[in-house]
Design a protein around this ligand. Structure first.
Ligand SMILES: Cc1ncc(C[n+]2csc(CCOP(=O)(O)OP(=O)(O)O)c2C)c(N)n1
Length: 393
C-alpha cells in the first residue's frame, strides 16, 4: 500500500496503473472535484470503464446521461472487476469487510485519508494524493502512450452501453407512470422529473432532502459538474447554502433548493427568506412534504422491529402534521408560495414559481407527497393508552 500525499503523480507510478488499466474489466467510482469531472469522463471513455456514482454521492461526478454511467450500486460491478478506481470517495464500503470481489483498488483523491475522520478504512492497494484531475489526466496520457486493446475495450463498451440503455428505459418508464398518475399521492419521482424539465439545463439544485435524495439525484440526470449538490452535515444549512450558491453563481444561473418538510423546520426560514429578498438572491424552494420525519421512523423500526412503535403504530418524534403550511409561511414573509397536492398541479405550480424566480424573487412550492401520514406531532400526541394498534399513522 503506497500513500502518496499532495503531489503530482510521477510517471513511474503511473506506469503500473496504466499497465493494469489496459487489461481486463475495471470500474471507476466518480469523485467530487469539478475539474476531475471531465478528466474522469475522458479516462472512462478511453477504456470504456463503467462509472458508478454511489447513492451517498454529494455532487454530480459523471454525466448521468453518459452511456458509461452505471448507476449507484458499486457492489455488483466491483465484485466482478479486476480494477476499481475510487475517485474522491471517502467510504466506498462499510464495514471495510464488505469490500466486494478481489479487484485491485486504486484511490485517487486530494486527501485520500481525511484527517478529520477518525476511522476511515478504504482498504485500497494504491493511493494517489493531490489534485484528482492531474492524476486522472496523467493516467489517461500514459494509457494513450501504451495503447489499448481495442477489441477488449469495444466489447466492454457494448456491455456497459446496453446496461445503461436498459436502466434509462426503466427510469423513463417510472417517470411516465408517476407523471401520468391522476389519483393518489404525488410520487417523488414525478416531482424530480417535473423539476428537471421546468428548471432547464443552466439551473443548480441544492438538495437537503433525506429519504428523497436518491430519487432526486437519479431523476435530475445531472450532466454537468455543480448541477447537483447535496447539503452535508447537520440539518438546517440548506437554505443558507442555496443563498450562497446564488450569490456565487450570479443572476443568470437559477438555483433550486429541495428540502424535506422536517429538514425545512431546521432551517432559519424567516431570516433566510428575508436575506433572499434583502440581498436580491432569488431561489426556488421545493418542500417535499410527507408530514413526518420519515427517516426517523424508518431507522427506529429497523433497529426495533418488534418494538412498541411497530406494534402500536404510534411513535414519538415522527409526526409533523401540525406544522404550519410551508406555502402560507412563505407568503407571510412576502415570498410567493404555491402548493401542489396532486400530480396535475406539479408542472403548473413549478412553472409559476420558476417564472417568479427568473423575475428576481424567491418562490416556494410545497409539494404534498402524501396525505396518508397523519401522525400527530409530539406536543399534541395522545397518550399511548388512547392510541389503538395501527392508529396514529
Ligand atoms: C441538526 C440535526 N438534527 C437532527 C438530525 C437527525 N435527522 C436526520 S434525518 C431527520 C428527519 C428529516 O425529515 P424530513 O426532512 O422530513 O425528511 P424525511 O425523513 O421525511 O424524508 C432528522 C431529524 C440531523 N441530521 N441534523
Amino acid at each position: 500500500m503506497a500513500a502518496v500525499a499532495r503531489r503530482r503523480p510521477g510517471a513511474a507510478r503511473g506506469q503500473d496503473r496504466a499497465d493494469r488499466g489496459r487489461r481486463g474489466r475495471r470500474r471507476a467510482h466518480a469523485g467530487r472535484d469539478p475539474e476531475a469531472f471531465a478528466a474522469l469522463a475522458e479516462l472512462a471513455e478511453l477504456l470504456a470503464i463503467p462509472a458508478v456514482e454511489p447513492q451517498s454521492a454529494v455532487c454530480a461526478s459523471f454525466p448521468r446521461t453518459h452511456p458509461l454511467h452505471a448507476g449507484g450500486e458499486l457492489g455488483p460491478l466491483a465484485a466482478d472487476a479486476d480494477l476499481v478506481i475510487l475517485a474522491g470517495c471517502r467510504a466506498p464500503w462499510y464495514p471495510p469487510s464488505a469490500k466486494p470481489g478481489t479487484a485491485t483498488v486504486l484511490v485517487i483523491d486530494e486527501t485520500p485519508h481525511r484527517p478529520q475522520i477518525a476511522y476511515q478504512v478504504l482498504a485500497a492497494d494504491r493511493y494517489v494524493g493531490g489534485e484528482m484531475a492531474l492524476a486522472l489526466r496523467a493516467i489517461t496520457a500514459r494509457v494513450r502512450e501504451l495503447g489499448v486493446d481495442a477489441e477488449t475495450v469495444r466489447a466492454r463498451r457494448d456491455r456497459a452501453e446496453a446496461a445503461h440503455a436498459a436502466a434509462d428505459e426503466a427510469r423513463r418508464g417510472a417517470e411516465q407512470a408517476a407523471l401520468a398518475r391522476t389519483e393518489g399521492p404525488v410520487d417523488p419521482v414525478a416531482v424530480a422529473a417535473a423539476l428537471r424539465e421546468v428548471l432547464g439545463p443552466d439551473a443548480v439544485v441544492i438538495d437537503e432532502t433525506i429519504t428523497h435524495s436518491r430519487v432526486i439525484a437519479r431523476h435530475l440526470m445531472a450532466e454537468t459538474p455543480g448541477r447537483y449538490r447535496y447539503v452535508q452535515g447537520g440539518l438546517g444549512q440548506g437554505l443558507g447554502v442555496a443563498l450562497g450558491a446564488k450569490l456565487a453563481l450570479g443572476a443568470d444561473r437559477p438555483v433550486a433548493f429541495t428540502v424535506g418538510d422536517g429538514s425545512w423546520l431546521y432551517n432559519p426560514v424567516l431570516p433566510g427568506l428575508m436575506a433572499s429578498a434583502q440581498y436580491g438572491l432569488p431561489v426556488l424552494i421545493v418542500v417535499f412534504t410527507n408530514g413526518m420525519y420519515l427517516s426517523m421512523r424508518h431507522n427506529h423500526r429497523r433497529v426495533y422491529p418488534d418494538g412498541a412503535a411497530t406494534r402500536t403504530g404510534y411513535q414519538l418524534g415522527v409526526g409533523l402534521s401540525a406544522q404550519p403550511d410551508a406555502a402560507a409561511v412563505a407568503a407571510a414573509a412576502g415570498i410567493p408560495g404555491f402548493t401542489a397536492a396532486a400530480t396535475r398541479e406539479l408542472a403548473p405550480s413549478l412553472e409559476k414559481a420558476v417564472a417568479t424566480v427568473r423575475g428576481g424573487h424567491s418562490a416556494l412550492v410545497n409539494v404534498v407527497l402524501s396525505t396518508l401520514h397523519t401522525e400527530r406531532s409530539e406536543p399534541h400526541a395522545p397518550r399511548n393508552s388512547e392510541q389503538g394498534p395501527g392508529q396514529g399513522r
